[in-house]
Design a protein around this ligand. Structure first.
Ligand code: DON
Length: 598
């Protein structure tokens, strides 16, 4: 269980990235990236109020046969919390509150009240598809160069360690918003399973224990964190030890009582700000009071008759998945042998990751050529450079380097018996976020500030680089790879997503292709992954993802292959067959989650 290597890698990437930017500008100038004309299957983000936006042309709702409800999440107690809320008469959106809050307690390494994320919702009654953007926001005192020293050099670990690395959380605001606008039950009721788990405790399990070993030293520097997760002498507890979080239970109670104000105002807010400032952070009470979730139109695309609904900016995931699918739509994939098929998918990944670094950022701050990036004309330009028998070296278009993403983020999928659905990917960024817990709050703070481009061209913990579009600015949201997605065909649908840093995008792409090729939910989550994202110009793959024959064939085409030392991802999938009503829920066997259908 390793976190990606950190800051020292940064300097070596700078020149490479400047080349990337030049190369991309060059290719745009050459016209490889074509025009705004032609079919535009993805709706650009805009600031039109959500309610007034037209839905895309493909049907969003269908006459649903009777079917069961389902939940797939990264930990059984969280799936159970959601099931309890559905059984109490809640809908998928109430269950999303219950599952998120329970994950904050039982999977504190991956998400929590101190973080944020994206909730992709489908409301069956009127076919509304909407994304709740609960991404963390930079504090008001944040500035572009806040992680650079006087000489302009990146201060090692400043954007990942300690309270200065924490952005203003979004998850508590999402709870109130989901419950009030979309749910049926009072917020208090949906939070009860999490409050109980925080107060009474849950048994320590192996993955969490591994995360504690990894983060132990950092935790020892935050007395409140150490008190919860380590023994009194500072050791990592035994498997099965009961982890109780009374302060977190108290904070959840405050949210249950007073909604978002219980967190963003009053005594909890005062404790959060005092704790952050004592640890060198820059939060203010105004930053907390001003936090709001934003309803954004998701991105819509079409691939061989399937309707794809995915996360819009500030996630980069939807645009990259749709871009890759647009490229692939020009190939008759089943016609090719398996090695060539994988080669083509790898080449699509290579190209789809390319634009992220340059164009994408917070849509409230930057204008992005989304319609162009997702247009079929643009995809045709990209496709024209793909040969079916030969890898294209990335050297001309370098951009991104990363390490396998683990499980430091979490995804869950929910379908209720009325057809409402939720795909939510939520995070505090790295394992246990900063590892810092402001005293008395029980809240582990995120280090999502590291998802900004902290210096143009300098990679973050996931090796992702960015330019001005993702530069730090007060109140801005950092660019994310989290990709909660719905895939809908005339025959059925899939709700999908995963943790995994920049690898999330390629995993969701493979999951989508696998679903459309007829795989079951269980097959999709256990599918071995392969990944390419420009630079390093390497196909990273899990053991079992490529056969010996495919390895030889891909090497023969010029690909450099690298087997990953460990598995990656923790995908949670629900599928629903419209004809039979059969619902399947599957949790990635790489983790210990569970998919429940009932
Ligand atoms: O939003 C993002 O892209 C990252 N903060 C996600 C981090 C992540 O998935 C870590 N997981 N392994």
């Amino acid at each position: 269980m390793t976190e990606p290597a950190s800051a020292p890698r940064r300097a070596q990437h700078i020149s490479r990235v400047l080349v990337t930017i030049a190369a991309n500008v060059f290719s745009m100038a050459l016209g490889l990236t074509v025009s705004m004309a032609g079919p535009v299957p993805v709706a650009p983000a805009d600031d039109t109020p959500a309610a007034s936006r037209a839905q895309p042309p493909l049907p969003a709702t269908r006459a649903a046969p009777a079917h069961q409800a389902a939940i797939a999440s990264a930990y059984p107690l969280a799936s159970q919390a959601g099931q309890d809320i559905l059984a109490a008469g809640g809908n998928a959106f109430d269950a999303a509150v219950a599952v998120s809050a329970a994950l904050a307690v039982v999977e504190p390494s991956s998400s929590g009240l101190g973080g944020g994320g994206f909730y992709l919702l489908h409301r069956q009654a009127d076919g509304l598809d909407i994304m709740i953007d609960a991404r963390e926001k930079a504090p008001g005192a944040a500035s572009r160069d806040m992680y650079l020293d006087k000489g302009g050099n990146v201060i090692e670990n400043a954007s990942i360690d300690g309270a200065l690395a924490a952005a203003i959380p979004g998850e508590p605001a999402a709870f109130e918003y989901l419950a009030r606008k979309y749910g049926k039950l009072p917020l208090r009721q949906s939070l009860q399973p999490a409050i109980r788990l925080a107060r009474d405790g849950f048994p320590l399990y192996a993955r969490l224990q591994g995360g504690l070993r990894f983060k132990r030293e950092r935790m020892l520097r935050s007395p409140d964190t150490a008190k919860v997760f380590l023994t009194p002498d500072g050791a990592v507890p035994e498997l099965g030890a009961i982890i109780k979080q009374p302060d977190l239970a108290h904070t959840l109670e405050a949210i249950a009582d007073r909604g978002a104000k219980g967190f963003y105002a009053g005594p909890i807010a005062a404790d959060l700000v005092a704790g952050v400032r004592a640890d060198g952070g820059i939060w203010t009470l105004q930053d907390l009071a001003a936090y709001r979730v934003i309803e954004r139109k998701p991105l819509f695309g079409e691939y061989h008759g399937a309707r794809i609904v995915s996360a819009s900016p500030p996630s980069s995931g939807g645009i990259a998945v749709l871009d890759a699918l647009n490229i692939l739509s020009g190939f008759d994939l089943p016609r090719y042998d398996s090695a060539t098929r994988k080669h083509l998918i790898i080449e699509a990944m290579r190209r789809a990751y390319r634009d992220r670094a340059i164009y994408l950022g917070d849509p409230d701050f930057v204008k992005m050529p989304l319609a162009q990036l997702a247009s079929m004309d643009y995809a045709a330009g990209q496709r024209s450079s793909i040969r079916t028998d030969k890898a294209m070296p990335s050297a001309m278009l370098p951009g991104i380097e990363t390490e396998p993403g683990g499980t430091q983020t979490t995804h869950f999928s929910i379908l209720d018996a009325n057809g409402n659905r939720v795909a939510a990917t939520i995070s505090i960024n790295l394992f246990f976020g900063t590892g810092f817990m402001p005293p008395k709050t029980g809240v582990l703070l995120n280090n999502t500030m590291d998802d900004f481009s902290i210096k143009p061209g300098t990679p973050n913990e996931f090796g992702l680089v960015g330019a001005a579009a993702n530069a730090i600015a007060p109140h801005k949201r950092s660019l994310s790879s989290m990709t909660p997605t719905f895939v809908e065909t005339p025959k059925g649908l899939m709700i999908v997503g995963s943790p995994g840093g920049s690898y999330i995008i390629s995993m969701v792409l493979l999951g989508t292709l696998n679903y459309l090729e007829g795989m079951s939910a269980a097959e999709i989550v256990k599918y071995p992954h392969y990944h390419h994202q420009y630079l390093p110009d390497v196909v990273d793959y899990e053991r079992g993802a490529l056969t010996d024959g495919e390895i030889n064939a891909l090497q023969g085409m010029g690909h450099t292959l690298q087997v990953s030392g460990r598995p990656w991802g923790n995908m949670q999938v629900i599928t629903w067959d419209f004809a039979t009503g059969k619902v399947e829920a599957a949790s990635d066997p790489r983790g210990e989650g569970v998919g429940l259908v009932y």
